[in-house]
Design a protein around this ligand. Structure first.
Ligand SMILES: N[C@@H](CCC(=O)N[C@@H](CS)C(=O)NCC(=O)O)C(=O)O
Length: 233
């Protein structure tokens, strides 16, 4: 069975829970509290020298850090990865965008505000992160004007990678008119294309939550379903 070392409110970890649930891949979870430095112990550094979660452990015991690398591995030969070589490269294009332009800004804003709850301490950096986060959301919105999903007209791990922190962007103080995970903000958005994508992904992830309940896993944020909760980091 796969094992996932994770912090349950991390969007990077949520990507892998979502993909494995949608692929019907059983997995066990090992929680590491990043706010207590649990990924920086000698034991954990032996698993990932970069001292971060998520880390996916394959059934034969190999370890794979980096959420998007693990997504690529899980999605191989599945409906979540296109078969065409050019479209596979486009999946990587959007996953690199996610890691360079989207996640470092939106996830960090959310970590400072929502997980650590220290807006004053991070006030200076926060403004710039939020601005760059808005810019990333605007890039997504522009692309989605023309297509229903990020690559090849079909749902793929590119969508999963970008949905993970978009659906909790409001927790990072990003009151985007472009895209946002907050229903209230979504309702106020002028972005039809972005909202269609967001609504479609939200519906798919709700399906995951049902599956997830059976597997004993939780979603990334509160309110995705009725009672399953989730701590949302
Ligand atoms: N590029 C990595 C980012 C991993 C990452 O930054 N993980 C954070 C939580 S989302 C972490 O483990 N932070 C704890 C630390 O840096 O000590 C990925 O996509 O997996």
């Amino acid at each position: 069975m796969y094992r996932l070392y994770e912090f349950s409110s991390s969007g990077n970890c949520y990507k892998l829970r979502l993909a494995m649930a949608q692929l019907g891949v059983p997995f066990e979870r090992v929680e590491k509290d990043i706010t207590r430095g649990e990924t920086r112990s000698d034991d954990f550094l032996a698993i990932n020298p970069n001292g971060r979660i998520p880390v996916l452990v394959t059934p034969d015991g190999r370890t794979l850090p980096e959420s998007n690398a693990a997504l690529c591995y899980l999605a191989r030969d599945s409906q979540l990865m296109p078969t065409d070589a050019f479209e596979q490269a486009q999946v990587l294009q959007w996953m690199f965008f996610e890691q360079y332009n989207h996640e470092p800004n939106i996830a960090t804003s959310r970590y400072w505000l929502h997980v650590l709850g220290e807006p004053e301490k991070y006030a200076d950096g926060l403004k710039e992160k939020q601005q760059k986060g808005h810019e990333a959301l605007a890039v997504m919105e522009r692309h989605l004007q023309a297509v229903p999903f990020f690559v090849g007209g079909r749902y793929s791990i590119a969508d999963i990678a970008l949905y993970a922190y978009t659906h909790v962007a409001d927790q990072g103080g990003l009151l985007a008119t472009e895209l946002s995970g907050n229903q209230g903000v979504v309702g106020a958005s002028k972005s039809t294309a972005g909202l269609c994508w967001y609504a479609g992904l939200k519906a798919r992830s709700s399906g995951w939550v049902l599956h997830g309940k059976a597997a004993g896993v939780t979603p990334c944020r509160e309110g995705i379903t009725d009672s399953d909760g989730g701590s949302g980091a």
